[in-house]
Design a protein around this ligand. Structure first.
Ligand code: NAD
Length: 380
């Protein structure tokens, strides 16, 4: 049996890839002693490269090296079978009171918790990329996670300088789910309204989003974006809101994956830099269509109206399903995606009744993807 409470023992991190390295570095800088488990010799070397400022980072190549850890955060590849095998092995070496956490973005925390003897010591700690810069950590509460384990996860996130937000174990948890309509509806409204990607992106940037849907897809990669869309659609057994868009399928088939292939919705040669945005943008434009039209034309008003209604609707669905508390839904989107306002804040600005009316009209014209969340009526 290890000495002291879980928080007093070293932090284990499984996987020294993009996320594992980020978590280990942030933890060491916060003064924690960190043990990283990584099977790949090349990745082990990279993980040991960064000298920690306050705490220490030790890299090991077998689960036994994590035996003394009070908490272990798993950041191995997104594969259910692999993660299950990792947790079964971890549970056999750590003390019974150790807390086991997964950084999964899309797998069910409950499905992973089922592999350990005591699921009450299991939870999700979902960090965002890049870990160093992103303040949000979703603390994903599984069906059997104990209250003290949730509190421990929140405290650990705070120790690492992050803002924990408690979320339920729903599809995509909170932030990635609320962000779904941004890209999907960007694609849909461009096609339905006949607006070019660059004009959709400009409209979104003007109201304060850090980038538009097409710029975001190019940054993330059309293949990754399609993979996420397919995962949501599959897990929800065909929810119409989450149906992947055919344009994304075509982009992937054409090998136009975005920045990483040099071309996506945009071409990424140095000569094709985008010009500066018109001055006077910001979320105030959400409720000032005249000004938005002056700056970027009537199509910008149509695009912003379409996308924002869908953002509000997804936020209302998340609220209704008990994924998170109302203020946390907004905070998660400001911290996790750098939105100027959260979805329910946008709803409040636009008026939930107006959003509801717009969705009713969109549903008549474009189908069930636009059925208003029942909770919207309550927010009105
Ligand atoms: P990655 O591929 O960069 O890193 C995974 C690491 O795990 C690699 O170093 C690999 O060698 C190692 N690994 C492979 N098999 C292992 C095993 N059996 N035991 C221990 N380590 C093993 O992946 P990533 O992007 O860091 O993602 C890790 C997890 O974090 C995934 O679940 C992913 O969904 C999630 N996540 C990723 C991001 C992101 O933007 N990259 C954001 C949030 C969450």
């Amino acid at each position: 049996m290890a000495d002291g409470a879980p928080a007093a023992r070293p932090l284990g991190v499984v996987g020294a890839g993009t996320m594992g390295r980020g978590i280990a570095t942030v933890a060491a800088r916060a003064g924690l002693d960190v043990v990283v488990l990584e099977p790949s010799p090349a990745a082990r070397e990279r993980a040991a490269e960064k000298p920690a400022r306050a705490g220490s980072v030790r890299v090991v190549d077998a689960a036994a090296g994590l035996a003394e850890c009070g908490t272990v955060i798993e950041a191995a590849p997104e594969d259910l079978g692999l993660k299950r095998a990792i947790f079964a092995e971890l549970a056999a070496v750590v003390a019974p009171d150790a807390v086991l956490a997964t950084n999964t973005s899309s797998l069910s925390v409950e499905a992973l918790a089922a592999t350990v003897p005591d699921p009450s010591r299991f939870l999700g700690l979902h960090f965002f990329n890049p870990v160093k810069a992103m303040e949000l950590v979703e603390v994903v509460v599984g069906g059997r996670t104990a209250a003290d384990v949730v509190a421990h996860g929140e405290e650990l996130a705070r120790t690492l300088g992050k803002t924990p937000i408690r979320v339920a174990d729903g599809i995509g948890f909170l932030a990635n789910r609320c962000a779904r309509p941004f890209t999907t509806e960007g694609l849909r409204c461009a096609a339905a309204l006949g607006v070019r990607p660059a004009r959709v992106d400009l409209a979104c940037r003007l109201v304060g989003f850090p980038m538009g849907p097409f710029e975001l897809i190019d940054l993330v990669g059309a293949d990754v974006s399609l993979g996420v869309a397919e995962s949501f659609f599959r897990q929800s057994f065909g929810e119409p809101r989450w149906r992947p868009h055919r344009t994304l399928v075509q982009m992937v088939a054409a090998g136009r994956l975005g920045r990483k292939t040099g071309a996506g919705f945009y071409d990424y040669d140095p000569a094709s830099r985008r010009g500066p945005d018109p001055a006077g943008g910001g979320p105030g434009l959400l409720t000032d269509p005249r000004r938005l039209e002056e700056l970027a034309g009537p199509e910008a008003v149509a695009v912003v109206g379409w996308i924002s209604a869908c953002l509000v609707n997804e936020g209302a669905f998340a609220l209704e399903e008990g994924i998170a508390a109302e203020p946390d839904i907004d905070l998660a989107m400001r911290l996790g995606y750098r939105w100027p306002l959260g979805p329910l804040e946008i709803g409040r600005r636009l008026g939930f009744a107006a959003v509801h009316r717009r969705l009713v009209g969109m549903r008549e014209d474009h189908g069930e993807a636009y059925r208003p969340a029942p909770r919207l009526a309550g927010l009105v």
